[in-house]
Design a protein around this ligand. Structure first.
Ligand code: SAH
Length: 215
């Protein structure tokens, strides 16, 4: 692991934040979190050069670390408040989970690939990010023993909205999820009552698919 954060890295991060800002992200707390968290800690040393491009990047097991713009976009939609209990589906590199932690959330993150789960857990322990808890679970089932959540974030493409996740939302809680086959529409569902949900639609994105079961 490469855990040095140099002036050069910090400079590249500032440029990345400006790029994301120009693309339309206005949430200053989110931009500050991206500026403060070294994204190169979440990639292999050999790919360090790529860490501050606004691009998704392979992290093994056919998975990717999300594009910084996408992380910023989804995080802004969540409107994180300090101490929010947040469920993330798709730990991947744990970069998104760590951004949520920087914003003061208590994060529970689920990953179906055992290898990625183990790697994420080790990295977070190393970085002393202790407000993120990792689970090797199928995200379709959510995490009933820790529900309800004030926020739920899905970071893989879903064909439809999983009902189990809606049931694990707190009243006034928000679910942010990309839904669709080839391209996905970003949706935000707010639970306004025990059986009442409101739906908002945002831009289109491309995510790796949300898969069933564990491996
Ligand atoms: N949030 C990640 C990027 C996620 S890519 C980051 O910041 O790096 C999507 C992730 O979702 C992949 O790691 C994939 O293995 C995981 N995934 C796909 N289907 C899943 C499921 N049913 N349950 C849990 N994780 C799943």
């Amino acid at each position: 692991m490469n855990l040095r954060d140099t002036y050069r890295h910090k400079g590249l991060r500032r440029q990345l934040v400006e790029t994301i800002r120009k693309k339309g992200i206005q949430d200053e707390a989110v931009l500050l979190a991206i500026e403060s968290l070294p994204r190169h800690f979440f990639l292999e040393k050999a790919f360090e050069e790529w860490a501050y491009e606004d691009k998704a990047f392979p992290i093994g097991n056919e998975q990717t670390i999300s594009q910084p713009y996408t992380v910023a976009y989804q995080t802004s939609l969540l409107e994180i408040q300090k101490r929010d209990k947040v469920l993330e589906i798709g730990t991947g590199s744990a970069y998104q989970a760590s951004i949520l932690a920087v914003l003061g959330a208590r994060v529970y993150t689920l990953e179906r690939h055992e290898e990625l789960y183990l790697k994420a857990k080790k990295l977070l322990r190393f970085l002393k990010i202790d407000s993120v808890r990792c689970f090797h679970r199928d995200g379709y089932k959510g995490l009933p023993e820790h529900a309800p959540f004030q926020k739920i974030l899905v970071t893989a493409a879903a064909a439809e909205i999983p009902q189990t996740l809606l049931q694990q939302l707190d009243i006034n809680g928000k679910l942010v999820i990309p839904v669709g086959k080839n391209t996905q529409k970003m949706l935000r569902i707010t639970r306004t009552g025990e059986k009442k949900f409101e739906r908002e639609e945002f831009d289109n994105f491309r995510f790796v698919p949300f898969l069933k079961g564990l491996n």
